[in-house]
Design a protein around this ligand. Structure first.
Ligand code: FE2
Ligand code: FE2
Length: 172
């Protein structure tokens, strides 16, 4: 089967949905499991979101019509809300508390909503705006970017930012 960036991004959405359903099933005593799952969620989400922001969204916006630009603005706005508000709140909560359980539930709901919008609107439009060959090319670029030093540095920086926010506990 030919490779396709839209399929890859959709598969990554499904992985995230599965991880959120696992973390939502944990009890307040499952400290280690929650910590491991949260790390896995962030490790899956960060490259996905950063590459969308830096490569896929701009490429999409360049070809989009008015409806496409509206969808693009919505998607970016959701990325910002998750990065600047939802994730810091999750990281500021102690893992073994109902506060964490509530915040991580909202995190999962936001991601599911956002991913569904992308799949139903943006990816649908992108299927018309990009040829199969272009989608295969983007898929290859994404794969090599994920293995690059640039991606590693970017993700390490994002993680450091999160840990900085997480230790302050200012939101509790
Ligand atoms: Fe996105
Ligand atoms: Fe996405």
């Amino acid at each position: 089967m030919a490779r396709d960036i839209l399929k890859t991004l959709q598969t990554e959405h499904d992985t995230l949905r599965k991880l959120f359903s696992q973390i939502n099933d944990t009890t307040d005593r499952a400290l280690k499991t929650r910590g491991a799952l949260l790390e896995e969620i962030e490790a899956n989400l960060m490259p996905h979101a950063k590459w969308e922001e830096q490569v896929f969204y701009p490429a999409f916006a360049e070809r989009a019509d008015r409806d496409g630009l509206k969808t693009h603005a919505e998607a970016l706005s959701e990325h910002h809300a998750v990065e600047n508000s939802v994730i810091p709140e999750v990281n500021a909560a102690d893992l073994d508390t109902p506060v964490f359980a509530g915040r991580v539930k909202v995190f999962g709901e936001m991601i599911d909503h956002h991913a569904t919008e992308e799949e139903k609107t943006m990816f649908k439009m992108a299927r018309e705006l990009f040829t199969a060959e272009e989608r295969a090319d983007l898929d290859e670029q994404y794969e090599s970017w994920k293995q690059s030093g640039e991606a590693a540095t970017l993700i390490a920086g994002e993680k450091a930012k999160l840990r900085g926010q997480g230790t302050s506990k200012s939101l509790q």
